[in-house]
Write a protein of this length. Structure first.
Length: 370
């Protein structure tokens, strides 16, 4: 099975995609008259039926809102606090209605995780099973003040990262450089997350901001979709000391499928407002799942075992299949990592760890017991 450590599924709201449909139907859907296309439907990598076909039993799905402010990188961000909050709550409502309809199961507790994976392990046919959703927030903008964190927690949110792209509400994200730190309110947010037993995602957060956070936050850490700067230079990847800090606290590091984070041909400038076109710098076939395996293996070498590495697809967050490794068309192709690990000498137990068990064990340990 697979546990995808990063699927910003709610972006489908902006793209107006019906992700309850088979992937072929999502890709071939006709545009709705009068609406603007935010993404290329033909490049869609995941839908709920496709996840079931690929045995993707669960994913860390995200609330993603980047409020417009000075230094913002992402286009089209909400102009006000109220709009940022409302967009985030809308994405939460999307995940919750999928649960009500039986398409998904929100993983609020360790018991939820255990029962979901037991169900998937026992099922001969997974085509009608609910997909597990661990709810996370990528960037902290929808949390308008630290005390409001409890409201999000009560709705099922369990993971927050301080940053995403540009300056977030509580600290520096990707594109602010490696020396941007926590902002006013950041320490209070971290303390409130600690009190509630929430999980800190260090992904998309500047080096200094992460290091400052680790001095305040005492709870569990993960890196949902974060690659290794030692292999691919650039601020979006993490240096060894941060990777080791996550490992040292028993965390898990998911390897991103974004080819910008995998190519060794160019160091991307993450601060630009206009996305750099990949094909201007490298060919799609230059990046494969072998490169993903390199980052997973690097984490294993840092840790001295296979207990802290995983998949963090950034599924559809990188623009769809065009931004993924050449041998990935849909999320089901993540399973192609298995023979790659086998050729590298990994045993079956190690491969299961990397494909899903590390995320599963982490969630069972750190989510509320019941």
């Amino acid at each position: 099975m697979i546990f995808d450590g990063d699927y910003p599924m709610a972006l489908g709201l902006a793209y107006n995609r019906d992700l309850t449909r088979p992937i072929s139907e999502v890709r071939s859907a006709q545009p709705v008259p009068g609406t603007q296309r935010s993404g290329d439907d033909s490049q869609t990598m995941a839908s709920l039926p496709e996840m079931r076909r690929g045995r993707v039993a669960a994913a860390l799905v995200k609330v993603v809102v980047d409020q417009h402010r000075h230094g913002a990188i992402m286009p089209g961000g909400p102009r006000s606090d109220e709009l940022a909050y409302a967009r985030g709550m809308g994405q939460m409502a999307y995940y919750r209605i999928l649960e009500v309809k039986g398409e998904a199961r929100i993983l609020r507790t360790g018991a939820d995780v255990k029962s979901l994976f037991t169900q998937w392990e026992r099922a001969k046919d997974t085509s009608r099973l609910p997909v597990g959703f661990l709810l996370g927030m990528e960037g902290s903008d929808p949390v308008l003040w630290p005390d409001q964190t409890e409201e999000w927690y009560d709705l099922g949110l369990r993971v927050i990262s301080i940053g995403h792209y540009g300056p977030a509400r509580y600290g520096g994200g990707t594109g602010t450089g490696v020396n941007e730190g926590l902002y006013e309110g950041g320490p209070a947010l971290l303390k409130e997350m600690d009190r509630l037993g929430m999980i800190l995602d260090v992904t998309h957060t500047s080096d200094r901001c992460v290091r400052q956070s680790l001095e305040i936050f005492n709870g569990p850490l993960l890196a949902s979709h974060q690659n290794c700067r030692a292999l691919v230079p650039g601020e979006r990847q993490h240096p060894d000391d941060i990777l080791k800090a996550v490992i040292g606290r028993g965390g898990v590091i998911g390897a991103s499928m974004d080819s910008w984070m995998l190519t060794k041909k160019v160091e991307k400038d993450w601060s630009g407002r206009i996305p750099m076109k990949r094909t201007d710098y490298y060919k799609r076939e230059d990046v494969t799942l072998e490169d993903v395996a390199d980052h997973i293996d690097y984490v294993n070498q840092l840790a001295g075992d296979s207990l802290h590495s995983a998949i963090g697809g950034d599924t559809d967050g990188q623009g769809g299949a065009v931004g993924a490794p050449a041998d990935v068309d849909t999320v089901a192709d993540y399973m192609k990592l298995v023979p790659i690990f086998e050729k590298r000498g990994y045993k079956a137990a190690d491969i299961k760890n990397m494909m899903y068990r590390n995320w599963q064990r982490f969630c069972e340990k750190w989510l509320p017991e019941k």
